[in-house]
Every structure is written in C-alpha cells, then in structure tokens.
Design a protein around this ligand. Structure first.
Ligand code: PAJ
Length: 284
C-alpha cells in the first residue's frame, strides 16, 4: 500500500481514501462514488479495528464479508484495497495512541470508553500509509467525523476530510452494518430514530430553538415504541460536540438507542444559513 501511495504521489495523482470495516452497504459505496468523482486514484481500506471495540462489544461477531466487499470495491473502480491483518497494524509491543481529548469523552465516548482513541489511532495510521489528499467519511457517525477533523487540525495532517450525507433505507432507517443484527420486529421498530429526528425537525421548523424542548420531543416519540430504549438525545455544537442550550450555531441533534441488544445511532445536522439566519436548515 505504501509503495502504491508513493507511486501515485510521484505521478501527481489526486488520491482519495475511503476507510471502512467492511460488510459494505450503500452508505459505504456512496463514499466510494464521491471519491471516484473527485480523485484520480481511489483507495479503500477494510479493517475491523480491534482497538475501537470495548471488551464486551461485538468485535468477534462483527460481520465479515471480505469476498463480496472486495468485489463491490472493484466494481466501483477502487484502484487498491488495503485489507491488512491485525498483526500488521498492531505488531507486538505496539504502544502509541492518538487521544483527541474532550470530543472523545462525551456521548459515544462515554458509552464506549476507548472507542475514539482506537478510531483516531487507526485512522492516523491509514492516512500515513495511504497518503491521501482527501479522505471520505459519513455524517452517519458525526462524532467520529468531529474527532477526526480535530485530529487533522491539531496534528497538521495533510489531508482534507470530506463529509458525506447519510444514506437511508426507504423507510428512513440509516444504513448500518449493525442493522443485520435486528430481528424483524426490531427492524420495524428501528425507524423510531428517524421518526424522532423528523419530529425534532418539525419542532425546529415551528420555531423552537431550546435544546431541552427538542430533546423532550424526541423522548416523547420514543415513549411510543416499547421495543426501543433511548440511550441519549442531545443537541451539540457541530465543531466541538459541546452541548448547547439553544440552537444558535451549526449543531447536531443526536440520538442513540437500543433495539434489543443492538445499539443504533442517527443524527440531524442543523445549519444556520448566512443569508437568512432565522430559517435553520435541517439535514436528516
Ligand atoms: P464503518 O462503520 O465500516 O464505516 C465506514 C464509513 O462509512 C464511515 O465513514 C461511516 O460514517 C460511513 N457510513 C456508515 N453508514 C453510513 C450511511 N448510512 N450513510 C453514509 N455513510 C455511512 O466508521 C468506521 O467503519 C470505522 O470507525 C473506521 C473509520 C473505518 C475506522 O476503523
């Protein structure tokens, strides 16, 4: 991979990298398509990163579908697939980590201690190995994007982060490799995350700016679905993930919920247009 990256740079290619853990779905593929539009060389990585899973999480049972993933990447014109073994990424004695303090400690980081340290560490390694000009990430994992953007800024990395929209099923459920864990009843109930965000959008469209009111609206929607257990509903600033009392700058409305044993995430980006700052724009 390093040799390919060196050659691409020598040939003045614009290199795009799409990091994944495989078990591909349209969300992943949308990142590859975007990269193909913007870059003359596109690399994908496929690595189920043990360091971002907690001891009681789903590392062992995380879906692994290498053959079909590799075929899908090839079909979309990915120039090289980097799929290292865990020992190659973390050889014996590995002891260097990236901690993005603050952002990493809240929300997902609180539910999953060490998760973002594992993400930031592997993503920095992938950047070093593949030397991309652009790296593509989904807004689906908004806090992950904020952690990586902060790392890029703080460590002066020579890569531009491209954030891509959330790809959803026809009924609104955000695509996720973990949706495969849902049984049919849970799958039906899982649209509650999307429906709660729609209710939050309606609340904002009606003029609500108070974070507590938006959160309460989401809680009420969740109360109508006994199969779902809300983990958190939060309104945070988009750049530093600090909670906001009112939506007065670019913010995320974030939800995390359990459907049986499966934990799902979703979010809505709320932007304040410069021209008309009173008309907030919500992206679900
Ligand atoms: P993974 O969960 O495989 O996701 C890879 C990329 O696909 C991430 O940028 C994620 O945000 C994006 N993605 C997932 N579902 C999406 C959807 N419905 N719409 C749009 N994009 C979506 O995220 C990881 O892997 C890992 O943490 C990784 C960054 C590879 C580091 O190990």
């Amino acid at each position: 991979m390093k040799e390919a990256a060196r050659q691409a740079r020598a040939e003045n290619h614009l290199v795009g990298l799409v990091p994944t853990m495989g078990a591909l779905h349209e969300g992943h593929l949308s990142l590859v398509r975007r990269a193909k539009q913007e870059c003359s060389r596109v690399y994908a990585s496929l690595f189920v990163n043990p360091k971002q899973f907690g001891p009681n999480e789903d590392f062992a049972k995380y879906p692994r579908t290498f053959e079909s993933d590799a075929a899908q990447f090839a079909e979309l014109g990915v120039d090289a697939l980097f799929a290292p073994a865990a020992d190659d990424i973390y050889p014996g004695g590995f002891s260097s980590y990236v901690n993005v303090d603050g952002i990493s400690d809240r929300l997902e980081g609180r539910s999953r201690p060490g998760h973002f340290r594992g993400v930031a560490t592997v993503v920095l390694k992938l950047f070093e190995i593949a030397q991309p000009d652009f790296a593509y990430f989904g807004r689906k994992d908004a806090q992950q994007v904020a952690v990586i953007q902060r790392m890029v800024r703080d460590l002066n990395l020579n890569v531009q982060i491209v954030v891509c929209p959330i790809v959803r099923e026809a009924d609104g459920l955000a695509l996720s490799s973990r949706n495969a864990y849902l049984n049919p009843e849970e799958r039906r109930a899982a649209t509650i995350l999307y429906r709660a965000l729609q209710a939050a959008r309606a609340e904002i469209a009606a003029g609500t700016r108070d974070a507590l009111e938006i959160q309460n609206r989401i809680r009420t929607v969740f109360n109508s679905e006994p199969l779902a257990r809300l983990d958190y509903a939060e309104v945070v600033a988009a750049d530093d993930f600090e909670p906001v009392a009112r939506v007065s700058r670019a913010s995320y409305v974030l939800v995390a919920a359990h459907l049986g044993k499966t934990r799902l995430l979703d979010n809505m980006l709320v932007e304040i247009p410069e021209k008309n700052p009173t008309e907030l724009v919500c992206h679900i």
